[in-house]
Structures are given as C-alpha cells and as structure tokens.
Design a protein around this ligand. Structure first.
Ligand code: HEC
Length: 166
C-alpha cells in the first residue's frame, strides 16, 4: 500500500527542469518586487553625490591655494610663500586632526567652521585624498556647475499651461 501511494505521488511532482524553471521564475519575481518596492520608496536625493559636492566645495574654497588636485599649486600658493602638497597627508590616522585644522584654520589658512560643516569638511578631505594620490580624477566640467548646492531647493510650480488656440 505504502509503495503504491509513493508510486502514485511521484508522477505529480514537477520534473527536474520544470522545478528549476519555477525556482528561477520565483527568484526573478522576488528581485523584481524588491526593485519595485525600492524604487517606489526611495526619495530622490536632492543633494549632489558626495564626490560632486566635495569637488564643488574644493574648487570654491580650497583650490585657490592648494591647487585643483591638492598638490599645492594653486594661484595663491606662491604669494603665500608656498603651500605643501596634500598627497599622502590624509590617512585614517590624520583625518580627524586635519578636519579639525581646516575648521580652526592653520597659519595662513582661514578657518572654515562657520562656512563648511564637519561632514562636508570630511567629504572634501576624503575626495582630495583620493585625487591628490591619483586614485581618482576630478570630474571635468564640475567647476562650471553652480557653486553652493541649495540646501532646501524650492519645488518648481509650473504656471498653468495657456489654452491652445484660445
Ligand atoms: C588662503 C590659502 C588656503 C586656503 C583657501 C585653504 N588652505 Fe588649507 N592650508 C593652507 C596653508 C598655508 C596650510 C599650512 C600647511 C601648508 O603649507 O600646506 C594649509 C593646511 C591645510 C591642511 C593640513 C595639511 C597638513 O598636511 O598638515 C589641510 C588638510 C588643508 N589645508 C585643507 C584645506 C581645505 C579642505 C581647504 C578648503 C576648505 C583649504 N585647506 C583652504 C592654505 C590654504
């Protein structure tokens, strides 16, 4: 009896390839659902990506002395009596101290605590660390972008469209 039940059960179970297709289809559906849920719930970022923001702030506030790549060749470096290259200076060990130094000022370098917050100062240093060591390149054309990102962009309210052929 038991063997007959087993025998009658087996043929209704999906064969190997069918089962594989079912598993793959389920995984695909799950991935699609996860993606859909994610894209529906993610609030679009109003803030530019960190690297872009860092480059903008760098070009605006730091490059005149430190140079576009932090190598100490900014236009104001010579009149200041020289600015050292940042290449290799920014490490996990020195990061906190350097963030602090930028915020408080350092000799001929002005203090930035009033104009750049701690998080952005760190973002700038992480970015220039990678640029000055040649790990990444500054993005072309970024300097031409508007400088300070608006902290709270206002929603654009389109005027009602003129009726056509009114
Ligand atoms: C007016 C010129 C000037 C500007 C603008 C300026 N710096 Fe400096 N910075 C200096 C000078 C001078 C020093 C002192 C050490 C040196 O000669 O490099 C210095 C030191 C530093 C140091 C410490 C370097 C080390 O190895 O000890 C960091 C990091 C730094 N600046 C980052 C920045 C950042 C980030 C900005 C922009 C937010 C900035 N600086 C803007 C001139 C400037």
């Amino acid at each position: 009896m038991a063997s007959r039940l087993g025998a009658s059960y087996r043929p209704t179970s999906p064969s190997g390839p069918l089962r594989l297709i079912a598993v793959v289809a389920c995984a695909g559906l799950a991935a699609t659902l996860a993606w859909a849920a994610d894209s529906n719930t993610t609030v679009p970022s109003k803030r530019p990506p960190d690297q872009e923001l860092a480059q903008t702030l760098w070009n605006q506030s730091c490059a005149p002395c430190h140079g576009a790549k932090g190598l100490g060749d900014g236009a104001l470096a010579a009149p200041l009596g020289g600015v050292a290259s940042l290449s290799g200076r920014i490490t996990d060990q020195t990061m906190n101290d350097l963030v602090d130094r930028v915020r408080k000022g350092d000799g001929k370098m002005p203090a930035y605590s009033e104009t750049i917050d701690v998080g952005d100062t760190r973002r700038i240093l992480e970015w220039i660390r990678d640029v000055s060591s040649g790990k990444i390149q500054p993005k072309a054309g970024a300097a031409a972008k508007p400088t300070k990102p608006a902290p709270h962009p206002k929603p654009v309210i389109e005027p009602a469209a003129e009726p056509l052929g009114g």
